[in-house]
Design a protein around this ligand. Structure first.
Ligand code: UT7
Length: 352
């Protein structure tokens, strides 16, 4: 069996901060409501020079530096995003154009469950990979934050996260993945006037509303069940017990949903990484950003078993169990005369 170990990780968020107090001036809402219903206190919003591409490239560059791999060595770049810059160019190609190299480039039209979907696909590939995900405000992300709609504009933030995956025979990285979807539920979280849902030729342009439409209560109900079930199943598939789990790194959508998932795994909140208070829901970027911060805080150590779990538009869910820590690398070393030699070295890449 081959595994996909995480050997590099990185994140990028825009500088601009939008607090709940700022939102109070824009829509009929208040800090107390937002914090008590979601746990979110502020979020980052892209500026005029940020885009899905720029944030993704910044996060991926950081991840590559950590892993010691160059862009030229990558086999595959996967970008999971719901805010691609172009509908005709794969967002992953745009990222590759900036990073360099000739890796295959694949874009997943995935919201929050993008992280674990990617881990599942890459485990099958057992290749090397970097992924990046982000949101882009300038052209599309406004659709997620339609300011007159107080029920959605408070939730989302911008950011990108990336990991480098490397194939290994050691039981590191992805020990299990669970993916699923409830297609009929798409109508609870989608943009009616985006893509081909509402063609202009239908003659309904005045009602054209390319904004996120969300049935919050339905999504909430779905999320509580789906996140809990997926997390439990991922742990079982990995052949582990709840007591073996060291840290839950969940999609950062709502503190109450995270709390419910933690309870299903019998985990106390000190074993759950939460940063939605600072970033809100960054969709597919939320788990890798949380992973970066948990690692930086020393909460993720070699040999720890981590659970990633997410839900999102689709409606879909995904979970993975990850064994943290570096793999032993046997990189190729070039001798002065240009001949490639094998020089096995033991490197704990997870411990910086
Ligand atoms: O990646 C997936 C993204 N989506 C999600 O994660 C959404 C999941 N759902 C949720 O997180 C919650 O359903 C929300 C946070 C969106 C809403 O919380 P809720 O407890 O389900 O509130 P609600 O929709 O039942 O609304 C309760 C009340 C309503 O007023 P009335 O009808 O009781 O008078 C809303 O109009 O709160 C009102 N309300 C607000 N009040 C102040 C809705 N949005 C706001 C707001 N500020 N921003």
């Amino acid at each position: 069996m081959r595994y996909a170990a995480i050997t590099g990780w990185g994140m990028a968020v825009p500088e601009r901060v939008l607090t709940n107090a700022d939102l109070e001036k824009m829509v009929d809402t208040n800090d107390e409501w937002i914090v008590s219903r979601t746990g979110i206190r502020e979020r980052r919003i892209v500026g005029p020079n940020d885009s899905t591409t720029s944030l993704s490239v910044a996060a991926a560059t950081q991840a590559l530096e950590r892993s010691g791999i160059s862009a030229e060595e990558l086999d595959l770049i996967v970008v999971a995003t719901c805010t691609p810059i172009s509908s005709h160019v794969s967002q992953a190609c745009l990222v590759q154009a900036e990073l360099g190299g000739k890796a295959a480039a694949l874009t997943l039209a995935r919201r929050a469950p993008g992280s674990s979907t990617l881990l599942d696909r890459v485990t099958v590939h057992s290749g090397r990979n970097v992924r990046a995900r982000a949101r882009d405000r300038r052209r599309h992300a406004d659709a997620f934050r339609r300011l007159p709609d107080r029920s959605t504009c408070i939730l989302f933030g911008d950011g990108a996260g990336a990991v480098v995956l490397e194939a290994t025979d050691e039981p590191r990285g992805t020990l299990s993945t669970v993916l699923g979807a409830h297609g009929e539920g798409y109508k609870h979280l989608y943009i009616p006037g985006w893509g081909a849902f509402v063609p202009e030729s239908a003659g309904i342009f005045p009602e054209y509303r390319p904004f996120l439409q969300m049935n919050g209560r339905e999504v909430f109900r779905f999320a509580v069940t789906a996140m809990g079930d997926a997390a439990v199943e991922a742990v079982e598939r990995a052949g582990l017990q709840f007591g073996d789990i060291d840290m839950l790194i969940p999609h950062q959508a709502n503190l109450r949903i995270i709390d419910a998932a933690a309870r299903r795994l019998d985990l106390s909140m000190d074993k759950v990484w939460v940063n939605l208070d600072k970033y809100g829901n960054t969709s597919a970027a939320s788990i890798p950003i949380a992973l970066c911060e948990a690692e930086a805080a020393g909460k993720v150590k070699d040999d720890d078993n981590l659970v990633f779990v997410a839900f999102g538009g689709g409606l879909a869910w995904a979970a993975s169990v990850i064994r943290w820590g570096g793999i032993k690398k046997a990189p190729e070393h070039r001798s002065p005369n240009g001949v490639t030699v094998e020089q096995p070295i033991a490197t704990a890449i997870g411990a910086e």
